[in-house]
Design a protein around this ligand. Structure first.
Ligand code: HEM
Ligand code: SF4
Ligand code: SF4
Length: 503
């Protein structure tokens, strides 16, 4: 038993660590495929950024808005980092069943900590499992926030944590029984029922059970590592590492949500100068590698939790857009296309291939086929994101407001819309009429310019107009900017007149 446990554990550990190292390098190269961001953004104010990460992680500030999920997840996440020592302990137990970590192994505060966090991690993951089950599939169609999420991957991640949590507690029980604990001790306050259950077993049996349980704990950990290393697009597993840089690099160093004024349109990491754009400037995003590296990091970090989806007015009114499914589609496409891009592949704005045939000769056929898919296009065109999806967004920002890992959906949607408008002149017909009217008449309804001042005649007092009655704004205390709707649209005009009267 002992020899088998040692061999299985060590082989899996060596393979796991090697593949994991390779996967980290792959993810780094993948993220670097994205465009630069303008200098001075994303990396300013290291102290505030670090404080934001610590606050959002330790306080689970965004997840805790959803009550028990945040509480349960907190213990799972804290357990993951703080219980690493129990993995080291398990390796020692493979060789000597009663081995404990030097110095801290028998130190009461450490033992209390392992008992408490081990129990809470197990209960935490059980809670998350139950919540996922209650949410799906019992809630049909769009009602579940998990609709469209990858369930196989989530079950895998959940069961790994559950097995490890139970293994930690079982090992505690076996340790207690081997140490001859025969009455309640604080050091075993949570695992004491297990100590009692194992108490009658012989020393040999207890030792074999330690080898077996230590092997299950180690094997489960490293099978997880092997699987996620082979699937670097598995956000539900990788977010436990990627969430930290993703939060650190968020738009605002002080932790404010990435909403408000639009980011300037950039090309090659620099804002485009619209008075004199460069010949090779790229407007908006029409290929996945034209997103910034923060975009590619965003896509890889999505946990598929569906908070964004559950709050999205487009999704809730039956439109084709779900911010979660959009991010997942971009992630899947970017990862599938990555081998082609990493080999030097890519298309110029004229659609010419940048790489030589020789460079692309080892690229898998699936990656080459993925590279042929248009980023924006209908299902018939093989598109990754349907234009209808993009135009369903009201830019309300609820998705960004909700996302616990600080994904910036609105910026990505708008970058794709910028390309559609500026290069393809493709937008919904309503917007076409509106833009034509704006261009010709300066208002969305296409009404004559002189009609803008008609509302002045509908009030029984005088209103001085800038440019007609007043030349210099220093002559007045307030400037009332009426805007198109306020000046031209019947219902809005009523508000304008009432407000003018108040003034
Ligand atoms: C800042 C850091 C992190 C954030 C913001 C975060 C966020 C999330 C979110 C939003 C979910 C979806 C859960 C739900 O809504 O039901 C999730 C799931 C999960 N997270 Fe994290 N996470 C973080 C770090 C970690 C860490 C360090 C671990 C370590 C184990 C972890 C393990 C898990 C697991 C196992 C799940 C799957 C639970 C399930 O879907 O049932 N997370 N995380
Ligand atoms: S900003 Fe767009 S995608 Fe996000 S919640 Fe609002 S409508 Fe949905
Ligand atoms: S984008 Fe954010 S809120 Fe939406 S599913 Fe992914 S992690 Fe959850």
């Amino acid at each position: 038993m002992q020899l088998a446990a040692i061999i299985v554990s060590l082989v899996l550990a060596v393979v796991g660590v090697a593949l994991f190292g390779r996967a980290i390098a792959q993810i780094y190269r993948f993220v670097r495929l994205g465009q630069d961001v303008p200098a001075g953004t994303r990396t300013n104010d290291w102290t505030a950024r670090t404080a934001t990460v610590i606050r959002e992680f330790l306080g689970h500030t965004r997840m805790n808005r959803w009550g028990v999920v945040g509480f349960a997840h907190w213990f799972v996440a804290i357990g993951f980092f703080s219980l690493v020592a129990t993995l080291v302990n398990a390796f020692g137990q493979l060789f000597q069943a009663d081995w404990m970590l030097p110095v801290i192994g028998h130190w009461l505060p450490y033992e209390l900590f392992v008992e408490f966090i081990g129990t809470m991690t197990s209960l935490g993951i059980l809670t998350l499992i139950v919540i996922r089950q209650l949410s799906h599939p019992r809630q049909p169609g769009r009602k579940s926030r998990f609709a469209g999420s990858n369930f196989g991957q989530a079950y895998f991640v959940e069961s790994v944590i559950l097995i490890i949590g139970l293994a930690i507690m079982t090992l505690r029980g076996l340790e207690g029984a081997l140490a001859g604990v025969h009455h309640y001790e604080a050091a075993y306050f949570a695992s004491y029922p297990l100590v009692l259950a194992f108490k009658g077993l012989s020393t040999g049996t207890l030792q074999n059970l330690v080898y077996l349980t230590a092997m299950i704990k180690i094997a489960t950990s490293f099978i997880w590592m092997i699987v996620v290393s082979l699937r670097t697009d598995m956000g539900i597993a990788w977010h436990r590492f990627l969430a930290f840089p993703n939060i650190w690099f968020k738009r605002n160093a002080d932790g404010a949500t990435s909403l408000g004024a639009l980011l300037p349109m950039t090309s090659g990491g620099k804002p485009i100068d619209f008075t004199d754009p460069g010949d090779d400037d790229v407007f908006g995003v029409s290929q996945v590698e034209q997103f910034s590296w923060k975009g590619l990091l965003d896509f890889s970090t999505c946990t598929e939790c569906g908070r964004c989806q559950s709050q999205c007015p487009a999704w809730n009114t039956g439109k084709p857009l779900s911010p979660k499914l959009l991010i997942m589609a971009l992630r899947d496409h970017a990862h599938a296309k990555a081998p082609y891009l990493l080999a030097g592949g890519g298309k110029s704005t004229e659609g010419e291939e940048k790489a030589t045939a020789d460079q692309l000769k080892d690229v898998p056929a699936a990656a080459l086929a993925e590279a042929e898919r248009p980023l924006i296009g209908t299902a018939e065109e093989g598109g990754v994101i349907d234009p209808d999806v993009l135009w369903s967004c009201t830019t309300c920002g609820a998705c960004v407001e909700q996302c616990p890992v600080d994904i910036e959906h609105v910026d990505h949607i708008l970058d794709m819309r910028r390309y559609q408008v500026m290069i393809e002149s493709a937008f919904p017909s309503e917007a076409g009429t509106m833009l034509k009217n704006l261009e010709k008449k300066g208002n969305p309804w296409g009404l004559a310019k002189k009609q803008r001042l008609e509302w002045l005649k509908e009030v029984d007092f005088d209103i001085p107009v800038v440019g007609r009655d007043i030349d210099d704004l220093t002559d007045v205390e307030y400037l009332y900017w009426v805007g198109c709707a306020g000046a031209l649209e019947d219902r809005a005009k009523k508000t304008t007149k009432a407000f003018a009267e108040l003034l």
